[in-house]
Design a protein around this ligand. Structure first.
Ligand code: PLP
Length: 389
């Protein structure tokens, strides 16, 4: 972003801001990112929005309308009911295996309205036989039929079945108890593809390998369990770092992503360069000092200084200072979540009640820390509630 963008944003915040740290969404950039993503998605790949990365109902609504999808991936149980309440046709795939202790009260307290809302589809993620038996017992107790999506390990080694024997055992159990369990698909997350050092393996190669592992499980399913293998199975993969690779060629029919629509800095990847950051933190300036004063190191104050010191309201977020340019925390002074000290270049014209701006490294770590998103559009701010932790 250009300096004049942040100067204008500062002026608008000085007139309309809250004087507390604010999480800003640049609406035009978010819409631009959505347009771009829509233009790249092939018809056979259905988009699934990752709720933790876009943790605001309004953010999700906009993306859902634009991409014409009510598929969601949910990672936090309290958010399940919120999504179900907002999106009547939601197809929800859990992004992690939920402990049975969390699932039980969910079904016990499910409102009558949601119980009869058979339009909403929930796919529970299962990674091993023990857990599947727990879900089976719950289904028998409550007389339910649960949709089961099996997590497969395609190389990330975070979870999921890692071998044929375990996979087959899960499928057999689903087949045996078909009145209580229904196979709804597979999920293979390939975040390692973009993260491995290139010297170890090229992203293309590790993507191909993860796709081959996926294909291997798909073939076992189709050949050994033809009665579980139906047209509507959801073969989920993703997310943001491999979005472009999936768009070019993918074994999946369902693609989860979220973060790249806001483009925090962890997603500064070559193949996502057409997307821009849409999320900023604005921190009000409380004090400006001619130079940083390090307790116990008064002698340093007599040396020439290249920076002045400012203290801001808040700090120590998972985010990088981005404006004023070349601002940074002081290595010796350390970090503070309450009033962080920041070194700002001496020539920078900055005053108390101005703002500094930060770019989050992740959206999932930052959005739940703020009660509202301040949606910046044509010089004005709308307020959107966030989904808290
Ligand atoms: C299972 C799974 N799928 C997809 C994603 C992608 O989300 P994002 O695009 O926000 O990185 C994640 C992120 O953690 C994930 O855990």
């Amino acid at each position: 972003m250009q300096s004049n963008y942040f100067q204008q944003l500062t002026q608008d915040l000085k007139q309309q801001g809250t004087g507390t740290p604010q999480l800003i969404l640049d609406l035009k950039t978010y819409q631009h990112n959505l347009d771009y993503v829509q233009s790249k998605l092939p018809a056979k790949l259905k988009p699934r929005l990752v709720v933790k990365s876009l943790a605001s109902i309004q953010l999700l609504k906009l993306a859902s309308e634009k991409l014409n999808s009510q598929r969601f991936m949910v990672f936090h149980l309290p958010q399940l009911a919120e999504i179900m309440g907002t999106f009547p046709q939601a197809d929800i795939l859990l992004g992690k295996p939920m402990p049975i202790q969390a699932v039980k009260p969910f079904y016990q307290t499910l409102s009558e309205q949601n119980k009869t809302n058979d339009q909403v589809n929930i796919q529970w993620l299962i990674d091993d036989v023990e857990r599947l038996k727990q879900y089976l017992q719950l289904a028998q107790e409550l007389n339910l039929k649960l949709n089961i999506n099996i997590e497969i390990d395609v190389g990330l080694h975070r979870g999921g079945v890692s071998g044929q024997a375990q996979f087959v055992a899960l499928l057999k159990l689903i087949q045996q108890y078909s009145s209580y369990l229904k196979l709804s698909g597979l999920m293979g997350y390939d975040a390692h593809v973009a993260k491995l050092p290139k010297i170890l393996k090229s992203p293309d190669k590790s993507y191909q390998q993860s796709q081959q592992i996926y294909q291997h499980y798909k073939t076992i399913l189709q050949q050994q369990f033809p009665d579980l293998s139906h047209e509507t199975l959801c073969f989920n993969g993703g997310g943001s770092p491999t979005f472009m690779q999936h768009c070019q060629q993918s074994i999946c029919n369902d693609l989860a992503f979220g973060s790249m629509l806001l483009k925090p800095s962890d997603f500064d990847l070559e193949n996502l360069s057409a997307l821009s950051c849409a999320l900023w933190i604005a921190g009000p300036i409380l004090k400006v000092l001619p130079c940083s004063q390090i307790p116990g190191l008064g002698l340093l104050n007599h040396l020439p200084h290249k920076y002045k010191a400012v203290f801001i309201y808040g700090g120590y977020w998972r985010a990088d200072y981005i404006y004023p340019k070349k601002s940074q925390p002081h290595v010796l002074y350390g970090r503070s979540s309450n009033q962080e000290m920041l070194q700002v270049p001496m020539q920078c014209d900055i005053h108390v009640d101005d703002y500094v701006f930060l770019r989050p490294t992740q959206s999932e770590a930052i959005i739940p820390k703020f009660a509202q998103l301040y949606v910046y559009t044509e010089g004005k701010f709308l307020q959107w509630q966030t989904l808290r932790e």
